[in-house]
Write a protein that binds this ligand. Structure first.
Ligand code: GAL
Length: 827
């Protein structure tokens, strides 16, 4: 038996209250976050405000609150707020002050991760591109130019929060603030300058006097008084670098992000709950889900290379803001259970008792009040166990699970026993007018670029992001080659060495080919071309697909053709190096410059009715109008049939699309064993399908009636296959064990219209294929119908008594229900 007496030493670090302080206080010790004197464990969830829209915020926050979270965590996105140096934007869904105020109104706290480097699968890790181009700058190191900019931005954000009284010390919701992000993971290559930089970050942050604690994640050498925290799939083995600091899990990855060409990652509710329970069992006091709502990378905000537009993350709230069941409710039940022990967890002594190599009973007890609270874990990835705790009872603990025992003698929750519903969403087309969209098209105007005419010249092959300053994904590289001997016209190959991410080549106005590197890496493009006597024009269009966001010196990784080399390889391997030719450049597409995607300006272009020739055509703009689907269900576009490009609704970019990029056909399986350590290659789905087929159109982008959808298609697609749909809850299933409550819920104004299956007994199978077992209560369905029909939510007490079997015990029964949700016609 091990005793951790030091955990209860009343070494409370209280942050000083500064002159602006009119509000509460946040302090901590090794086993509590202390808010206004109350000793707390905190459940938090990441919701990044620009990955949804203002109109979605209240609902997302409410669902986080209903899920028993205490706090919302978000990064601050520098590139969006300061797109040009000292020109700020805090409007619309960038209004983070309003977001924080809404969180506070809902009674939740905020964990503000300023960064301002944020990683986050966000374009260029959240740094604005103008920063990259400042003379003498080096990012994320001991460099004065960079540090000045970082300090200016950080100070601005802090001052905005102070002005709005948002720090807890002022009575506001912000209880913790983060500076930098996982610098410890990459510090070594930065050498001594890295060490100096992280110390500077700490001092700079502390000098801002925010009155709440600063944290650094993945920074084992975080300078005091900054608390170092852990990110990962599991953090039970983590200890902060100061025993007086609370043990905090700032990113518990609930799933994973997706790249173009990837399958859908899936992390089971059982495993996430296991990770959280293990964390609290081992003395954790703060757990944040990364992400609680992942959302959408609207516009060109996705990082990279090759991060998809959807940032669903398999989070408890899906991309559209719907509850992802059973994850959402299973975690809610977990939070409720752990909170039952909050007083003892934050005031008690912790001791471990081992039963063999895999079973641990952790007891939190508070001798003064004589209370106990226990976690009983089984970390064996394959064997279930039954543990006899003598007077405290016998417990069945499935493999890879944790039981939470109130008073150490009553099972409140087990991470592997799911007593919550599964929901299946369906996509429907509900407006007759949208059944057949009528399309017009216009070619991308390329006369100038195909003739080699750009807007500036250079005798070298430029790096792309530094040249475009990320105004656009596209950069044109054009040059002329003079040929006078007929023999050199034969068998010529154009070879372009590019750093990526995508290349389209034209010679003498004719399309030659396109290519992209796997995962957005560098590649060599090689194609035979036909030259003519006289002047030949080579036109290369290079496209980026999200700028790199992670790794040491990631910001310096080149994009585009950057130095090439570019060769013409003729007969007998005679090579002409074109790399230092005179190259003409143009940033962006003419269609982008003319804003063809904007209904205000698109009239200036001639649009033609769609015909055979315009389907499957490269470098083409398409336009259609559609009616706003009625109701409140989220709206999505099925883009199957399209190639690669970008889409806009009423002038708002809904992101890049690339449905022609198909996910690999291997390693998907219908079932997922939650047992054993998770990694993103485990439990994947969607094999052999477009890695992203559906694209979220936030309802706030839509008008009351008719809308315009614009598509820019780069490689060829068929817009006639595009469908406007809404996402609605279809079937829900529940499966709960005796002694629990089964809560069923249709969301968004839908009600339970039919009970398709219900059996209290020993039913078999799973949602979609439930079957009665060897026995059940014959009128189970009738009893469920009585409670649930026509209800949006219902709860059923799963016990012998409610199913008419009196006080029968030891039945080991469970209830399985499958129900249908339909629109409430009364609404
Ligand atoms: C972390 C990082 C997050 C996010 C996550 C993966 O390393 O801090 O910003 O990138 O990985 O989703």
């Amino acid at each position: 038996m091990v005793n951790f007496q030091w955990l209860v030493l009343p070494l409370v670090v209280t942050l000083s209250c500064f002159s602006f302080c009119k509000g509460g206080s946040v302090s901590y010790d090794s086993n509590a976050i202390i808010i206004n004197g109350e000793r707390r464990v905190i459940f938090s969830g990441s919701i990044h405000y620009p990955r949804s829209t203002e109109a979605m915020w209240p609902n997302l926050i409410q669902k986080a609150k209903d899920g028993e979270l205490d706090a919302i965590e978000t990064y601050i996105f520098w590139d969006r707020h300061e797109p040009q140096r000292r020109k700020y934007d805090f409007s619309g869904h960038l209004n983070f002050i309003k977001f924080f105020q809404l969180v506070q109104e809902a009674g939740l706290y905020v964990v503000m991760r300023i960064g301002p480097y944020v990683c986050g699968e966000w374009n260029y890790g959240g740094f604005p591109l103008w920063l990259h181009n400042m003379p003498g700058i080096q990012l994320r190191t001991d460099n004065q130019v960079y540090k000045n900019e970082m300090q200016t931005f950080t100070t601005k954000i802090v001052n905005m929060c102070k002005q709005a009284n948002l720090f807890a010390s002022q009575g506001g919701p912000i209880i913790l603030a983060q500076i930098e992000n996982e610098y410890g993971n990459v510090i070594t290559p930065y050498g001594n300058a890295g060490k100096t930089y992280i110390n500077w970050c700490a001092q700079m942050a502390e000098s801002l006097n925010i009155g709440v604690t600063w944290i650094m994640c993945q920074q084992s050498d975080a300078p005091q008084p900054i608390i170092n925290t852990c990110n990962g799939f599991y953090c039970d083995n983590f200890s902060p670098n100061n025993p007086k600091s609370p043990k905090m899990f700032t990113e518990n990855w609930v799933g994973w992000f997706k790249k173009w060409g990837d399958k859908d990652p899936y992390r089971s509710a059982e495993d996430v709950a296991f990770s959280v329970a293990r964390f609290f069992q081992s003395g954790g006091v703060f757990n944040n889900y990364y992400m609680y709502h992942g959302g959408t990378n609207f516009g060109r905000t996705s990082g990279g290379p090759f991060i998809t537009t959807s940032y669903d993350y398999n989070a408890p709230l899906d991309e559209y803001g719907n509850m992802n069941q059973p994850k959402w409710r299973h975690l809610k039940q977990l939070h409720e259970s752990i909170k039952m022990g909050e007083k003892i967890l934050t005031n008690g002594t912790r001791s471990d008792q081992k039963f063999g190599s895999f079973i641990t009973l952790t007891k939190f007890s508070n001798p003064t009040v004589g209370e106990r609270f226990c976690f009983l874990s089984n970390t064996d990835a394959s064997n279930d166990a039954t543990i006899d705790l003598q007077a405290d009872g016998k417990y069945f603990v499935p493999a890879w699970s944790v039981s939470i025992l109130n008073g150490c003698n009553k099972e409140l929750f087990n991470t592997a026993k799911i007593n919550s519903q599964t929901s299946m969403f369906v996509k429907v087309q509900n407006e007759k007018e949208n059944a057949q969209l009528s399309w017009v098209w216009a070619p991308e105007p390329m006369r100038d670029t195909l003739q080699g005419k750009g807007t500036f010249n250079a005798n070298l092959l430029l790096e792309q992001k530094g040249t475009t300053v990320d105004f656009s994904d596209y950069l044109w590289y054009m040059t002329n080659v003079e040929t006078n001997s007929t023999s050199s016209l034969q068998n010529v190959t154009l070879q372009v060495n590019t750093k990526g991410h995508v290349l389209h080549a034209f010679v003498n106005r004719r399309y030659i080919g396109s290519q992209w590197g796997s995962n957005g890496q560098s590649f060599v493009f090689e194609k035979p071309i036909l030259l003519k006597v006289g002047t030949n024009t080579i036109t290369l269009l290079s496209a980026t697909v999200g700028l790199k966001n992670y790794d040491a010196f990631y910001d310096t990784v080149p994009t585009g053709i950057d130095g090439g080399p570019i060769y013409l390889i003729g007969d007998g391997n005679v090579t002409t190096d074109l790399s230092s030719n005179l190259w003409s450049y143009k940033v962006g597409l003419n269609g982008e410059i003319k804003q063809l995607y904007n209904p205000m300006f698109s009239q200036r272009t001639k649009w033609s009715t769609l015909n055979k020739k315009s389907i499957g055509r490269r470098m083409t703009w398409y336009k259609t109008s559609f009616k706003t689907p009625s109701g409140i269900d989220p709206v999505t576009f099925d883009m199957q049939g399209m190639g690669k490009g970008q889409a806009w609704v009423n002038g708002q970019s809904i992101g890049r699309f690339w449905p022609s990029f198909i996910a690999g056909n291997d390693s998907c399986s219908a079932t997922c064993d939650y047992r054993g350590a998770y990694d993103p290659s485990k439990c994947v789905g969607n094999c052999g399908n477009p890695s992203q087929r559906w694209y979220h159109v936030s309802r706030s982008f839509l008008s009351n009636d008719t809308n315009t959808l614009f598509l820019f298609e780069e490689i060829g697609g068929n817009p006639q296959q595009v469908i406007v749909q809404t996402i609605t809850i279809g079937t829900i299933c529940g499966n709960a064990n005796d002694g629990s409550t089964l809560e069923l819920s249709c969301q968004g104004g839908h009600i339970i219209s039919e009970i398709q299956f219900a059996s209290y007994g020993n039913p078999e199978g799973k949602c979609g294929s439930f079957k009665k077992g060897s026995w059940d209560v014959s009128n189970s369905a009738l009893l469920v119908e009585k409670t649930c029909i026509r209800m949006e939510n219902c709860s059923i007490d799963v016990s012998a008594k409610s199913f008419g079997l009196g006080n029968a015990t030891n039945l080991s029964a469970r209830l399985a229900v499958q129900a249908l949700c339909s629109k409430n016609r009364m609404m």
